[in-house]
Design a protein around this ligand. Structure first.
Ligand code: GLY
Length: 403
């Protein structure tokens, strides 16, 4: 009986999702949020298993192509994705008000608290704790969450290298790159520093975030506003040496998620500083991304992948960009803002279509993300951060619509 009900609910959802963005050309944000809630509930049931007990230290990471269930990883400083699932639960709680989801969000969040009490392994501390504790604090005001975030910001700041003027993203890879490395993804983690500076932390945290963003703007973009994944700085003098790739196709190519991190990163820099330089810059970075998109608005994993149109897509890059463009549109006058909002809605419509939603086949929200193509890992998979930025974008759009 229970299974039959779930099946019927699934069919109903399929029908509702199929309606997204058809006929009247409007995107049905509530229906997509209902779909996410349905998938969250399925994931929790899967994690509970037959014994009915969740191990809160095991976090969903991916569902590979051809698989139907989550592969989970132990929460740790080396597992950079551990914060996204708690973050999804917080957004789902925000969307639904379901207190059972909040309880699960609290438990998964608590499993990451130890990270703020140990030295920084790398820049991902921001992803790990701002997606989990950050959303938790935003929604509950829990003072314990605040303290964890303030401690984490101080820890993250230990990666700042004054001569280079940026945070060292991957301390373990200095030898491999022949110098300090700063990766575009690191822009995302400036949010934790800027938040801390405004919430009782040392004002210096904001200074280093601004320095990082400025140096990255100076060195890590080409004249056409596409970006290098990695900037290498001389370990002693701090001088910029070269731009290279790690997860992209080539040093000279544009890795789609790297460009997405840049759009999101400079949008948040503008939100937090109101410095017009960031607002002007991010529009050029966003335009460079939009100009290169295929018709369905979901990028190939690298804009210069040699086997386009047969190359894998990266739905995660689309989800990150969608969320960022929605926010960017709110900072701009109507004529320009509408362009980015419309692009974001087209992306959301595409992500919410049968081609990109997992629907009955898997408990994730989305299919077709690419994690690390050069390493041959997570290609054409469901990946937890794609789901995180998808639900974030939906919650953001609903707020914009309800204003
Ligand atoms: N931050 C790692 C990635 O985007 O794959």
């Amino acid at each position: 009986m229970k299974k039959t009900n779930m099946y019927l609910a699934g069919i109903g959802l399929l029908f509702l999702s199929a309606c997204a963005g058809t006929n009247d050309n409007s995107f049905r944000v509530d229906r997509s949020l209902e779909y996410c809630h349905h998938q969250v509930t399925r994931t929790l049931a899967e994690l509970r298993g037959e014994e009915g007990q969740i191990d809160y230290t095991l976090i969903p990471r991916n569902i590979l192509k051809g698989e139907a269930h989550w592969n989970c990883r132990k929460a740790s400083e080396t597992e950079w994705c551990s914060g996204f699932w708690p973050g999804i639960l917080w957004y789902d709680y925000e969307a639904t008000g379901d207190v059972q989801i909040r309880t699960e969000a609290e438990k998964f969040t608590a499993a990451l608290g130890f990270l703020a009490k140990q030295p920084a392994y790398d820049h991902d501390l921001g992803f790990l704790l701002f997606c989990s504790y950050g959303n938790g604090y935003r929604l509950t005001g829990n003072p314990e969450y605040k303290q964890v975030l303030l401690n984490a910001a101080d820890t993250l700041a230990t990666l700042f290298r004054p001569r280079a003027g940026t945070l060292l993203s991957w301390p373990r890879n200095v030898k491999m790159f022949g110098g300090y490395n700063t990766i575009m993804d690191n822009m995302m983690n400036l949010e934790l520093l800027l938040w801390a500076a405004k919430n009782g932390g040392n004002p210096y945290l904001a200074d280093i975030a601004v320095s990082h963003a400025d140096r990255t703007m100076e060195h890590q973009f080409r004249p056409d506003y596409t970006c290098y994944h990695v900037a290498v700085y001389d370990s002693i003098s701090g001088e910029f040496l070269r731009g290279v790739t790690h997860q992209g196709y080539a040093d000279s190519s544009t890795w789609a998620r790297g460009q997405a991190w840049a759009i999101y990163g400079y949008t948040l820099m503008y939100r937090e500083t109101k410095d017009a330089r960031y607002l002007n810059f991010v529009q050029k970075v966003a335009d460079a991304y939009l100009e290169r998109l295929p018709e369905d608005k979901i990028p190939y994993w690298d804009f210069d992948a040699p086997d386009i149109p047969n190359a894998p897509r990266d739905a995660s890059a689309a989800a990150v960009t969608t969320s960022a463009l929605l926010e960017l549109s709110s900072f701009l006058p109507d004529e320009t803002g509408t362009k980015y909002k419309q692009a974001a809605i087209e992306m959301l419509t595409s992500l919410s279509s049968e081609k990109y939603q997992s629907r009955a086949s898997k408990p994730s929200f989305l299919l077709h993300s690419t994690g690390h193509w050069p390493a041959g890992s997570e290609i054409d998979a469901s990946i937890i951060y794609a789901d995180y930025y998808y639900i974030e974008a939906l919650v953001r759009l609903r707020k914009m619509e309800n204003k």
